[in-house]
Design a binder for this molecule. Structure first.
Ligand SMILES: Nc1ncnc2c1ncn2[C@@H]1O[C@H](COP(=O)(O)OP(=O)(O)OP(=O)(O)O)[C@@H](O)[C@H]1O
Ligand SMILES: [Mg+2]
Length: 359
């Protein structure tokens, strides 16, 4: 269809040029006729034709030289518009949109290809700028709330008649909020580093079952305190991957399962090999999530049901870090959950990863 339109255009413009030239030659024919009668000279047919052709060219040249500056001016004005727009974009104005040149179809001609690319680039920059602003406002908010608690409770501590147990309670809150701030800064640095192209990625061969088991044991005080039953099915499986990065996946997922499962719940961790992949499933009998919440949990700073997560103290970065690391290993992570019924996170990783395609 596009080819057909192109051919029609070429034929149309050739016919137009032929028509214009014929017009000039006809004009030259009549003008030279009038000139010969006026000077009373009737040259030979051949000379008449030669002089007519020359006159046709001269008339054509005169008209072109009168009309072309007009087009040149239009082009210059348009170039100025383009450079002004680019200047405004470089100053951070991402509302700029450039109109197509002339009254042409917007995706027609070399000018408009450039215009389309500029408009597309500005739209992308605008989206990135929106994300940057949202990120800054999220970070500020996440910093502000623990800081408010810390200053509030530190001031309250200055009352001399405060009973000792209340003082201890306030100190615990200050301690928890400081830990939260420090974790936030660690997570932000980790995400920035994972996003950069220079994050180290060192695959090695190791026993995945042992690694997961160690992390489960490290959380023993928490699951014992909440009287949570941990069921494990960890057959001996080795994997080639970045050990320290994978460790962050298990820490985040186990921590979430512990955090969102009430007292007396059950957490099941299983590992299996499926062809050339290993699949880790972490299931809990916790509060679960709605379908809409599940769609957003891998976004940075997203916390499902803020009223519920307010007391748990997270900043909503854990799963974005997990997602990033899974991507770096060419793996996948899925969530299956229902409110009040529990959640299962399934991580599938290739058994051998030698380099990261993401960085
Ligand atoms: N196992 C789970 N059960 C129920 N909800 C969960 C579970 N895991 C994650 N979520 C929901 O997904 C949200 C995002 O999880 P994520 O780990 O990214 O953040 P967080 O745990 O709130 O904070 P952080 O991990 O930064 O300390 C959580 O706030 C929670 O609402
Ligand atoms: Mg988390």
């Amino acid at each position: 269809m596009k080819m057909y339109r192109k051919m029609l255009k070429v034929i149309g413009s050739s016919l137009l040029i032929l028509l214009i030239l014929s017009l000039f030659w006809t004009l030259a024919y009549f003008v030279s006729g009038i000139l010969y009668t006026w000077i009373g000279w009737q040259p030979h047919d051949l000379v008449q034709q030669l002089l007519g052709s020359v006159l046709g060219f001269v008339l054509f040249g005169i008209v072109v030289s009168i009309v072309s500056p007009h087009f040149q001016r239009r082009q210059n004005v348009y170039f100025k518009e383009l450079t002004d727009a680019l200047h405004r974009i470089s100053q951070g104005d991402f509302q700029v949109r450039v109109d197509p040149f002339g009254r042409r179809n917007p995706d027609d001609g070399p000018f408009n290809t450039i215009v389309l690319s500029i408009n597309k680039m500005v739209a992308n920059l605008q989206e990135l700028d929106g994300m940057r602003q949202e990120f800054i406002s999220n970070v500020s908010h996440e910093i502000q709330s623990p800081l408010t608690s810390i200053t509030g409770f530190a001031r309250a501590m200055t009352y001399e008649e405060l009973p000792r147990e209340v003082q201890l309670q306030y100190l615990q809150i200050i301690d928890a909020e400081s830990t939260r701030l420090s974790k936030l800064s660690d997570d932000l640095l980790r995400l920035a580093s994972l996003d950069s192209a220079h994050h180290p990625f060192h695959p090695e061969n190791f026993r995945l079952d042992k690694q997961i088991q160690l992390h489960i044991l490290a959380f023993e005080p928490q699951w014992l305190a909440k009287e949570i039953d941990i069921e494990v099915d960890l057959p001996e499986i080795s994997i080639t991957a970045d050990k320290s990065l994978l460790s962050q996946i298990w820490v985040n997922l186990i921590q979430n399962a512990l955090k969102f499962t009430p007292k007396g719940g059950i957490i099941t961790v299983s590992l299996a090999q499926e062809d050339d992949r290993v699949v880790v499933r972490i299931t809990d009998t916790g509060c679960g999530m709605s379908h809409e919440e599940q769609l957003r949990i891998f976004e940075r700073f997203y916390k499902a049901d803020k009223s519920r997560t307010g007391s748990t103290g997270g900043s909503g970065l854990g799963l974005s870090i997990v997602h990033k690391i899974v991507d770096m290993h060419q793996g996948s992570i899925t969530v299956n959950s229902a409110p009040d019924e529990g959640t299962t996170f399934t991580v599938s990783l290739p058994i051998h990863v030698n380099s990261s395609p993401v960085n």
